[in-house]
Design a protein around this ligand. Structure first.
Ligand SMILES: NC(=O)c1ccc[n+]([C@@H]2O[C@H](COP(=O)([O-])OP(=O)(O)OC[C@H]3O[C@@H](n4cnc5c(N)ncnc54)[C@H](OP(=O)(O)O)[C@@H]3O)[C@@H](O)[C@H]2O)c1
Length: 348
């Protein structure tokens, strides 16, 4: 077990920030030393936060004083960024220049050639890109929530059958838009069939994640990706209906076993936030469902639930549904797992 690593959360009052605090409470390696805010700097966290994720503010964090997102005000080894994209574009390099390792939930640098975009079970080797960065510290990106939930089941299928085309339709939870998010009158009794920028993020990020590092760069995977992203009146948990075409013939029973047996580097290393299995295959023709399956996994919310795995129209195709908690596996949990991987592999 490494010695205590000091961590900070930028944007700690937001929805992702709140999940960071919940998942860092009692963490065996990470000690939370700083929380930042744009509008509430100077206030006590317990007074300034509108806690929206159930339960209550962790006891030990209530008295932390919120500070501005300024490297001089933060004492930490790792900085988790839960900032909006534009703020991240400005602030994350300031932290990296000042020597911090920034693990970011924001989109600002995900497609930057120097920045690894990592799902810990899928492409841990991409972390070597950190060596190309000119900062004293580093920026490492955690993907968009929808992409992470898709990349996990695609990885074992791609390795076994060679995925050449993916068509995905998503039903994304309200909390995915942050707080206050989509106005209630737009979402209740409704489905919004468009999320600005999301479909491009899913395509580009997936191709980078499933790509290979060659000569210090990521050669993106050559897969055709077509995404339709919708917002539905579900609180937490993104459901994704996936159709995959492959180079090789798919045996459905074998594919189910591949999904069920999939393990990655975090499981090998037994990282504290790693679930025993990153994918849980749920039985029953009416699963997965957000209310029942979003907290799947031995670390609740850290596994993606996969169900209705079935053959598509040809024997080189497969269809399934994947569901993941957008704020846990899609956000705070995956960023914490990524930071654990970096510590265990000697990057921090
Ligand atoms: N929600 C999800 O499911 C999800 C999933 C994956 C990734 N993400 C990404 O994670 C990030 C945070 O998402 P969220 O849902 O937690 O958003 P959010 O609820 O809107 O929270 C954003 C936080 O950033 C701070 N902030 C706002 N403007 C700022 C500025 N100009 N400078 C410094 N800090 C500023 C706010 O601080 P104060 O309110 O304290 O002033 C707030 O705490 C976003 O980049 C988002 O795209 C979200």
């Amino acid at each position: 077990m490494p010695k205590a690593v000091k961590v900070a959360v930028l944007g700690a009052r937001g929805l992702v920030g709140q999940w960071f605090l919940r998942m860092l409470d009692g963490h065996p390696w990470f000690k939370l030393t700083a929380v930042t805010s744009h509008e509430a700097a100077g206030q006590r966290y317990g007074d300034a936060v509108k806690w929206m994720i159930g339960g209550s503010v962790p006891e030990g964090f209530r008295d932390l004083e919120l500070v501005e997102s300024d490297p001089k005000k933060v004492d930490a080894d790792i900085v988790f960024s839960a900032l909006p994209t534009e703020a991240a574009r400005k602030l994350e390099p300031e932290f990296a220049r000042a020597g911090f390792t920034v693990v970011s939930k924001a989109a600002a640098f995900r497609l930057d050639e120097r920045v690894p975009l990592v799902v810990p079970e899928v492409n841990p080797d991409h972390l070597e890109l950190v060596g190309r960065q000119e900062w004293d510290g580093a920026i490492v990106a955690d993907p968009n929530c929808t992409t992470t939930i898709l990349a996990l089941p695609l990885k074992p299928l791609h390795d076994a059958y060679g995925v050449r085309r993916v068509v995905v339709t998503t039903l994304q939870a309200a909390s995915g838009a942050g707080y206050p998010g989509v106005p209630s009158l737009d979402l209740i009794d409704n489905v919004v069939p468009y999320i600005p920028g999301e479909e491009e993020k899913v395509r580009d990020e997936l191709l980078k994640i499933l790509g290979r590092v060659e000569g210090g760069r990521v050669a993106w995977a050559s897969i055709e990706v077509a995404a339709t992203c919708t917002r539905v009146p579900v609180l937490d948990g993104h459901l994704e209906s996936v159709y995959v075409e492959t180079e090789r013939v798919v045996d459905v029973g074998e594919a189910v076993e591949l999904l069920r047996g999939f393990r990655g580097r975090p499981q090998e290393l037994k990282l504290p936030t790693a679930p025993e299995a990153p994918l849980v295959v749920v039985e029953g023709v009416d699963r997965p469902q957000p209310r029942y399956d979003r907290m799947a996994g031995s670390v609740p919310g850290m596994s993606v639930a996969v169900g209705r795995v079935r053959r598509g129209p040809s024997d080189r195709s497969l269809m399934f549904l994947a569901l993941g908690h957008n704020l846990v596996r899609g956000a705070a949990g995956s960023a914490i797992l990524l930071a654990e991987l970096m510590v265990a592999e000697g990057y921090v």
